[in-house]
Design a protein around this ligand. Structure first.
Ligand code: UN1
Length: 493
């Protein structure tokens, strides 16, 4: 019998009022891992009520004290890292090494944001008038709705929940229904670390049932969303109509540019890791490889060879390089794009199908796929596929490569492999994505730097780093006049 898990509302673990549950499934073999509540508007209401009621007290607790709870949570996470990673591999599919990385990224973020408890810096600055003091400080926004995806089941929740909490906000957390157990562990650990009831509330269920009431509840003041463009745009429309703040992180069509002077061994390793790591299900995945024409033949052969050597399997097996994708809908979407690519005239150089034999048949596996002869404006080179599929595109000059790179609806990450410093710096300047790597793959952002992108990737905000604090706080500017007379700024006396 699968274990039953509960919502966490106002410090209590409880069933959904509907009594309904759904099964959390291992995407590699269909095993049932647990039963989770299918909540509805009633749970949203209760969770928001709890977050809203606990807000006044939480924001008054000094930030260093709030941070102590985060530090304790980080320590528990360190102790449980292996167990968290194994359970994540089972519910999400990513190979164990990467699941450990996901947990580590979460731990890094908890420590980083806990450190903010003793920073949360504002500015003090001279006033233009004598005997007047000027400063700015960060203040919490209120109740945050954190809506998170399945591809980083632990790291991305920490990107939202931790800065929100340390800054003095309270939270309603709605994780993806496909990775509910990792969300449970994050919340359980914070509970064990001493987070007061109501400050963080967890509701499980379908986005279609919970999303609208959560976004539209007048007590929710900020929505932090990571997920699809379709849902993100809907969040944006609803939130902006109600005058709410929202922060969106939605996807990418990231490229690796390989110049003819590059270290090709390094480039091949970077391409394979970035295109097929997490089965291509990162918004940072490299789904376009732009190759200077003089090395096209050589590099193509090596990338295809390396992709062919990747072993599919259950993420817990040490022999597995690439795990399954998340669910049947993902399989259908990816297979749909494989068909579109062929119809558009691209050539499948390796992969291009769903293996069905033996163990493979039980899971959502897609053979790592490389498309050749791809033209920059094909749909497979413009739209996010979110699977183990990458496109090879030829170019002649750096200018052309940068233009192809910049010309998609997204703007998250680009990397360039070159040994020429002049080219590297020119590319850094002209590339218009939010993140640029030189001589590294497109994946592997670190938590203390801003994360996010331009164009359709988001709405201009950044997660992680100090930039995250701009999402989860607002500025209060304070002037103190101790002159004893009414001084008038800009009036010249
Ligand atoms: C995501 O795919 O949504 O840079 C986040 C990376 C990870 C984060 C990815 N640190 O690939």
């Amino acid at each position: 019998m699968a274990e039953e898990y509960f919502n966490y509302i106002n410090g209590k673990w409880s069933r959904a009022s509907s009594g309904k549950t759904y099964e959390n499934i291992d995407p590699a073999n269909g095993d049932v891992l647990g039963l989770f509540p299918l909540s509805g508007p009633e749970e949203v209401d209760r969770a928001v009520e709890a977050a809203s009621r606990s807000s006044a007290k939480w924001r008054k607790l000094p930030a260093p004290k709030r941070a102590e709870i985060l530090f304790r949570a980080a320590e528990i996470m360190v102790q449980r890292k292996e167990e968290l990673a194994r359970r994540m591999t089972m519910e999400m599919g990513k190979v164990l090494k990467e699941a450990r990385g996901d947990v580590q990224e979460g731990i890094d973020m908890v420590y980083y944001m806990a450190g903010e408890g003793r920073r949360l810096f504002g500015d003090t600055t001279p006033s233009e008038l004598p005997n007047k003091f000027a400063m700015s400080m960060r203040v919490p926004i209120g109740v945050v709705a954190a809506i998170t995806p399945w591809n980083f089941p632990l790291a991305i929740p920490t990107w939202k929940v931790m800065p929100a909490l340390v800054a003095g906000n309270t939270v309603v957390f709605k994780p993806s229904p496909f990775t509910p157990e990792s969300a449970y562990h994050v919340v359980k650990i914070l509970e064990e670390a001493g987070l007061p009831p109501g400050v963080l509330n967890l509701i499980y269920g379908e986005g279609s049932a919970l999303g609208v009431p959560l976004v539209e509840d007048p007590r929710v003041t900020l929505i932090s969303f990571t997920g699809s463009v379709k849902v993100g745009n809907e969040v944006a429309q609803r939130a902006s109509r109600l005058g709410k703040r929202y922060s969106l992180e939605m996807g990418g069509k990231n490229a690796i540019i390989v110049m003819e002077d590059a270290d090709l061994d390094l480039a091949v390793e970077g391409i394979i890791w970035s295109a097929f790591g997490t089965s291509g299900q990162r918004c940072t995945a490299a789904s376009r490889i732009l190759i200077q024409r003089s090395i096209l033949g050589r590099l193509t052969e090596r990338v295809v060879g390396a992709a062919e050597r990747l072993r599919l399997g259950h993420g817990l097996l040490p022999t597995t390089d690439v795990g399954p994708v998340i669910n049947q809908a993902a399989v259908d979407k990816i297979l749909g794009y494989l068909k579109i690519g062929v119809e558009e005239g691209a050539k499948v150089l390796t992969g291009g199908y769903k293996p069905t034999e033996g163990e493979m048949g039980k899971g959502y596996f897609i053979k790592p796929t490389v498309f050749g002869d791809v033209k920059p404006h094909m749909r497979i080179a413009q739209e996010e596929i979110f699977g183990p599929v990458t496109d090879l595109i030829a170019f002649d000059t750096l200018e052309e490569a940068v233009k192809i790179n910049n010309d998609t609806p997204y703007g998250l990450v680009t990397s360039i492999f070159t040994r020429d410093t002049n080219k590297a710096f020119r590319a850094m300047e002209d590339i218009t994505t939010g993140i640029v790597y030189v001589n590294a793959g497109t994946i592997g952002a670190e938590v203390h730097l801003p994360f996010g992108g331009t164009r359709g990737t988001g709405n201009g905000h950044r997660e992680a780093g100090q930039a995250a604090l701009d999402v989860f706080t607002e500025w209060k500017t304070v002037y103190v006049d101790y002159s004893g007379r009414l001084q008038k700024a800009q009036m010249g006396d």
